[in-house]
Design a protein around this ligand. Structure first.
Ligand code: ADP
Length: 214
């Protein structure tokens, strides 16, 4: 375990949009609950009222003049509130926290995608997470072309970051791959091109190895 704690376990899910994060979070949540393990699902940015308000600003495609540094700091502000108000208390109470995105997304999107200085992004991440690291991270790796097809099929309107196009998504995917290479003990790369059931199986295998569930 990366952050040995008497209680709680912090698990994050990462990857480009429509890679399957929320699908897998729901399935893992049901599995853990079936095993009588207290679990909550949250999302970053968001979860608390303050963080959800910041999320609305971040994803609003009318905010086209937002600088990349403003974007970075808003993500960190939303995260700091969520860590303070929800994650730390949940972990202290022994709860498993399943989080849709965390600071690796900031590294991938604002660092590798936007091209901000990675050293400064790392420092900002330390502030936004208030030095809380995930115990385990699942990076669901999907080709951006496949993700774009899924998005089209869903008929969803793209938000400000999703509208950045394939070249941007490629940079972000590369960023996630680099993050995994640099921190292989924490970050597990899962092949997102498999079926929903196969991906869930891979995730549960790792969760069992971590002894969260027998
Ligand atoms: P995310 O939360 O990463 O944006 P979702 O879990 O919402 O992604 O999935 C996006 C879409 O892709 C949904 O329509 C979902 O049913 C579909 N999907 C998820 N996982 C798979 C998979 N392994 N194979 C095919 N379609 C998938």
């Amino acid at each position: 375990m990366r952050n040995p704690r008497p209680q709680g376990y912090f698990i994050t899910f990462e990857g480009i949009d429509t890679c399957g994060k929320s699908t897998q979070i729901k399935l893992l949540y049901n599995y853990l609950r079936k095993n009588n393990i207290e679990t909550i699902c949250i999302r970053d940015p968001g979860t608390t009222p303050i963080s959800e308000s910041i999320r609305t600003i971040l994803l609003d495609d009318n905010n086209s003049t937002m600088s990349s540094w403003t974007e970075l700091l808003l993500y960190e502000a939303a995260r700091a509130q969520m860590v303070h108000e929800v994650i730390r208390p949940a972990l202290a109470a022994g709860t498993i926290v399943l989080c849709d995105r965390f600071y690796d997304s900031t590294t991938a999107y604002q660092g590798y995608g936007r091209g901000l200085d990675l050293k400064l992004v790392k420092q900002a991440n330390a502030i936004g997470s208030v030095h809380l690291d995930p115990d385990v991270t699942f990076f669901i790796d999907l080709d951006p072309h496949v993700a774009a097809d899924r998005k089209q099929k869903l008929g969803d309107r793209a938000d400000r970051l999703e509208a950045e196009g394939l070249a941007f998504q490629e940079k972000v995917r590369h960023g996630f791959c680099e993050i995994q290479t640099n921190d292989p003990d924490r970050v597990h790369r899962i092949n997102g091109h498999q079926s929903i059931e196969e991906i869930q199986q891979d995730i549960r295998d790792i969760v069992r190895k971590c002894k969260i569930v027998d």
